[in-house]
Design a protein around this ligand. Sequence first.
Ligand SMILES: O=P(O)(O)OC(CO)CO
Ligand SMILES: [Mg+2]
Ligand SMILES: [Mg+2]
Length: 287
Amino acid sequence: MSRTSGAHTPDTHLCVLLQSEVVLSAFQQHKEVKLKSSPADLVTETDQRVEKILISAIRNRYPQHRFIGEESVAAGEHLELTDSPTWIIDPIDGTVNFVHRFPFVAISIAFTVNRQTQFGIVYSCVEDKLFYAQRGGGAFLNGEPLHASGQQDISRCVVVTEIGAERDDVALSTMTSNIRRLLQLPVHGVRALGTAAVDMCQVATGGADAYYHIGMHCWDIAASAIIVQEAGGVVMDTDGSEFDMMSRRVIAASSAAVADRIAQVIQAFPCCRDDEDNCGCGATGVN
Ligand SMILES: O=P(O)(O)OC(CO)CO
Ligand SMILES: [Mg+2]
Ligand SMILES: [Mg+2]
């Protein structure tokens, strides 16, 4: 990468580790909680603060770069992924966990050029686990190489998913029936940690064999998607097509066989793309 469009993971690691101190020091404290799109979509002052500090630190160093940040978008900023160098930031992935002190919360940062992710960093703050991957350079956890399990047989898989923040009937019945369909295959188990970024990183470690979800946003999944790919896993859309971080649909798996099988089994529900304001499907674009 060139000096002007490029950015380097060590700089960003440092930035993320510094901000994790902010997250950890607030973790045990009482938090003022506000609702966003649903009673289960929460934001705290720490989410907003961490995002502001990260963007200002990165902008200082790379003034030409663009940003897509969860809390900036929630505050009304237009969400658009262009060919320009862009940082996609989730300041706290797992805000519900953070509010309840359930110990899985992460800072997630992806960097894209020409809409292609160049590197991704997920720092699981309480666990003190730094996951990262650079395109073509492999995936690592605290400096040690990561490898997906390579499992090919869906009936021997641990599958991770999330309940999500949607509470409408169609989303809830589709989500629960998808879990039921997988359990009936059967799979070995279905898990949910409350943070999509850390869920997907479990696939990169081989601790889980697959993750799927409909309704996450680009900031939840962009960094962990490249971490899964660089660990030898497969990332695709839930309809079996190529992964598109704006589609809000993702399967991350240990192998193409497992990803394909999950795509065959699960059903989708209407969900506006991240980069489409009014798609007309009746579901909200930002939640
Ligand atoms: O806590 P956040 O950033 O809203 O993300 C959630 C999405 O439901 C977990 O991945
Ligand atoms: Mg998130
Ligand atoms: Mg968040």
